[in-house]
Design a protein around this ligand. Structure first.
Ligand code: FMN
Length: 308
C-alpha cells in the first residue's frame, strides 16, 4: 500500500522558498505542513496577514501537494476562529501543534506545554472540531517530561473524529537529541483510534524501512531534517531505491540554485538562511563537512552557488 509522505514544518527551514524549490525539482510528496502560525486571543481572522507564508502555487491551489497550515496556541476560541478563516479560504485541513519543545513556548502552556493537561487540550479540540468542514489533525510528542502524558491523552484524542495524529516519539525535554522512543510508539499505536502518521529521524531508506517494518499499520510518514538533507528522500522512499550520486548531485545543484534565487527575490538575509540549510545539506553532499566549513565562512551569496 502506498503511504503518504508529508514534509514536516521546520520554522526557518521549510518556508515557502524551500517548499517551492523542493516541489519544482522532486516528486513523491503528498503534503507539506507549514511552520506554525502563533494564535493568541488578539489574532485577527485576516487571511492577508497569513498569506505571505504561502507559495504562489499554494495560494492558487496548484501545488502538487496538499497544503496544511499549522496553528500553535492554547486559546480555544481564538484557534477555532483562525481555523475557520483558513477553511473559508480553501485550506480545510489544519494541524494543531502540540509538540513544540522550546521553553519560551512550553512555559506559556503552548505546543508540548499543553501535553500534561488533557482537559485543556479537550477544550481546544471541542472548539476547533465545531468549525464546519474542518479536517483537524494534531502533531505531538510523547510528553513534556514524561511519557505518561501521551497515555493520559489517548482517551481524549479518541473522543474526536480527528483526521490524523502525527506522533514524534520523543519527550519535549529531549528536544531533538538522543534517539526516538520506538518502544513507547509501539505501545501507543494500538491505543489510538485515528490514522497515525510517524515522524522522527527518517534520514534514508534504511531508517525508513526500520519504522515501516516495525509499524505496518502506520499510514503516513512525516519527513523533517531528512528531506532537507536529501531533497530526493520522498522519491527514494516511494521508489524503494537510492539515486546514483552523480545524478543526485546534478539535481541537487538545480534545486539549490532555485532555492537561492527564491531567497534572493525575497531579499531575506540569504547568506545566513543558506548557512542554516548547509547544516543539513552537508550530510549528503560529497566531502560535506569540508563544503560546510567553507560555506559558513562566505559573505557573498554568489560565492555560495554550486556549479556542476
Ligand atoms: C529548526 C526546527 C524548527 C521546527 N519547527 C517546527 C514547527 O514550526 N512546527 C512543528 O510542528 N514542528 C517543528 N519542528 C519539528 C519538526 O517538524 C519535526 O517534528 C522534528 O524535526 C522531527 O522530525 P525529523 O527527525 O524528521 O526532523 C521543528 C524542528 C526544527 C529542528
Amino acid at each position: 500500500m502506498k503511504k503518504d509522505i508529508i514534509v514536516a514544518p521546520l520554522r526557518g527551514l521549510t518556508g515557502k522558498e524551500f517548499r517551492a524549490a523542493l516541489s519544482h525539482h522532486y516528486s513523491g510528496i503528498t503534503a507539506c505542513m507549514l511552520p506554525f502560525f502563533s494564535v493568541t486571543e488578539s489574532s485577527l481572522p485576516d487571511f492577508k496577514r497569513f498569506s505571505h507564508n504561502f507559495t504562489e502555487e499554494e495560494l492558487h491551489f496548484s501545488a502538487p501537494y496538499l497544503t496544511i497550515p499549522q496553528l500553535l496556541g492554547n486559546n480555544p476560541a481564538a484557534l477555532a476562529k483562525i481555523a475557520a478563516m483558513l477553511v473559508n479560504n480553501g485550506y480545510d485541513y489544519v494541524n494543531l501543534n502540540l509538540g513544540c519543545p522550546m521553553p519560551q513556548i512550553t512555559k506559556k502552556m503552548r505546543g508540548s506545554g499543553l501535553l500534561p493537561y488533557p482537559d485543556k487540550i479537550a477544550a481546544v479540540l471541542d472548539a476547533m472540531m465545531s468549525v464546519p468542514n474542518l479536517k483537524l489533525s494534531v502533531k505531538l510528542r510523547l510528553g513534556l517530561t514524561s511519557c505518561n502524558d501521551i497515555f493520559q491523552l489517548t482517551d481524549v484524542l479518541n473522543i474526536y473524529p480527528l483526521y490524523e495524529v502525527i506522533v514524534h516519539p520523543r519527550l519535549a525535554s529531549e528536544k531533538y537529541s538522543g534517539v526516538v522512543n520506538l518502544d513507547v510508539m509501539k505501545t501507543v499505536l494500538p491505543l489510538l483510534k485515528t490514522r497515525v502518521v510517524y515522524n522522527g529521524d527518517i534520514t534514508d531508506l534504511g531508517s525508513f524501512f526500520e519504522k515501516a517494518e516495525m509499524f505496518p499499520s502506520i499510514e503516513g510518514y512525516m519527513l523533517g531534517r531528512g528531506i532537507i538533507a536529501n531533497p530526493a528522500l520522498a522519491e527514494e522512499i516511494n521508489n524503494g531505491v537510492t539515486v546514483d550520486y552523480d545524478l543526485w548531485y546534478r539535481r541537487f545543484v538545480e534545486f539549490y540554485s532555485e532555492l537561492i534565487d527564491l531567497l534572493e527575490a525575497r531579499k531575506a538575509d540569504t547568506t545566513s538562511r543558506l548557512k542554516a540549510y548547509w547544516r543539513y545539506f552537508q550530510r549528503n553532499v560529497k566531502d560535506g563537512k569540508e563544503v560546510y566549513s567553507q560555506m559558513v565562512r562566505k559573505k557573498d551569496i554568489e560565492d555560495m552557488r554550486l556549479h556542476i
